[in-house]
Design a protein around this ligand. Sequence first.
Ligand SMILES: NC(=O)c1ccc[n+]([C@@H]2O[C@H](COP(=O)([O-])OP(=O)(O)OC[C@H]3O[C@@H](n4cnc5c(N)ncnc54)[C@H](O)[C@@H]3O)[C@@H](O)[C@H]2O)c1
Length: 312
Amino acid sequence: MKILVTGGAGFIGSHVVDAYIAAGHEVAVLDDLSTGSEGNVHREAKLLRLDVRDKEGVAAAIAAFRPEVVNHHAAQAEVPKSVADPGLDAMINIVGGLNVLKASVDVEVRKFIFISTGGALYGEPDVIPADEDHPLRPLSPYGTSKLSFEQYLGTFERTYGLEFTVLRYANIYGPRQDFHAEEGRVIAIFTSRMLAGKPVTIDGDGEQARDMLHVADVAVANIAALHRGTGDTYHISTGIPVTVNELFRKLAILTDYKLEPNYGPRRKGDVFRIALDNTRARRELGWEPKLTLEEGLAQTVAYFRQRVLSTH
Ligand SMILES: NC(=O)c1ccc[n+]([C@@H]2O[C@H](COP(=O)([O-])OP(=O)(O)OC[C@H]3O[C@@H](n4cnc5c(N)ncnc54)[C@H](O)[C@@H]3O)[C@@H](O)[C@H]2O)c1
């Protein structure tokens, strides 16, 4: 089938594009390359270089390609940027997203898959792992913009009969992750610094915990969502909290890193401990994570090692 992947030049979107093409689908990528790169885009995918805020351009591109499914990964994806400029975050994640959504409805796409976040919607969770019905109380404008867009999908379903699925991701890691970004990329940052023999700083005491999922497993969830999970919201996650100290220790072994970490101040506004229950995705999407943390970290270190070698 014909699938449009917005943000398909980015870290996660590009793996989804690869999986769709491997499954025999025809894929176009809509991306402004602001954080993504052309080198990530599969050579069989058509790249439409557009900003989602360009309403006319987006409408024309979607009308010309006429996708059956739209998979919306493009976003302003950094929490600190949303705090610094909530208006910009909303322009991209809400208004830009609506440009994509409205154009999709106008050409009668069969299904819209929206990528949301599990990590930024619940605040400090009441229970671990938190399920999708946990009370919603985003701490950042980024969380609020993602949540708003989820609400619009309900509206479009009721008004236009749109079929949609929301995937709320945990913390995703793996090849192609940008280690220059400000946050949320703890594995990419630690790995690249350890391989270069540079000091590593842990924010706070390192006992903060996250739900870390390898990007290969995320790609498989996006295949499942093509036909399953209509009208519902799913955590794409492991359900297991891993502390930053544990990640440091595991990565230090894999990279043969001998230095001790530095401990910096705890970051304000960060959730301390979170993991996301994936029971619903297992039951209704028939999806489950396949890679263990050890396998995923080993693959990621191998990727970064290769990159370090190829740039020297
Ligand atoms: N990385 C994570 O752990 C994580 C967790 C939860 C949710 N997500 C969501 O997954 C999606 C992909 O995130 P990622 O980590 O791959 O980040 P990324 O920055 O690598 O990917 C985002 C892509 O969107 C594109 N983009 C940004 N603004 C755009 C605009 N105005 N118009 C068109 N394209 C634009 C970028 O060029 C990039 O290719 C995002 O929606 C993000 O919110 C990511």
